[in-house]
Design a protein around this ligand. Structure first.
Ligand code: T46
Length: 139
């Protein structure tokens, strides 16, 4: 995954500890999580043809990985828009504040795992794209 990402986004390779029994990935600050983890949530059983997201966060940083299946993530900082297929367990994407994100084309088995820096707060969401672009361009 060498493509250029919008501001505030980064692809992180997760360390896989494999042995003859199988594999294990441990996530903590020392193995690449760029913030203290306050919340963990999972998105699964996404119905065929459904897209999710369509928002940016004002402050929140998150780390997103798919632990099964895959989906296509659109990342947009108001100037640059990038599409990324997330379908490897050892790859995560950091989504910083003020990044519009959408998730499309979920495989039926997709389990998306999200680490978040802060508790859930609806006030942190920008769900209107025009408002997001205005705020992002103002800096
Ligand atoms: C994001 C992308 C990647 C909670 O009650 N607690 C939570 O921690 C979360 C994340 C959601 N909710 C409630 C809020 C809604 O009533 O669960 C419902 C579905 O949330 P939402 O429509 O925001 O889901 P997505 O898939 O559009 O977005 C989610 C996260 O909300 C968001 O922060 O970055 O996944």
């Amino acid at each position: 995954m060498e493509q250029e990402l919008p501001k505030g986004c980064r692809v992180i390779t997760l360390p896989v500890r494999g042995d003859e029994r199988g594999n294990l990935i441990a996530l903590e600050r020392s193995t690449g999580v760029p913030f203290g983890i306050e919340r963990l949530y999972f998105i699964f059983d996404t119905q065929a043809g459904v897209a999710r997201g369509f928002h940016a966060h004002r402050q929140l940083r998150q780390l997103v990985a798919t632990m099964a299946g895959g989906c296509t993530m659109i990342l947009d900082d108001g100037e640059q828009r990038t599409e990324l297929r997330l379908d490897r367990r050892d790859i995560a994407v950091e989504i910083g504040p003020m990044v519009w994100h959408e998730m499309h084309d979920f495989s039926p088995d997709c389990v998306m795992t999200v680490l978040a820096e802060a508790p859930y707060d609806e006030a942190d969401y920008i769900r209107d794209y025009s408002e997001f672009v205005d705020l992002a361009r103002r800096g």
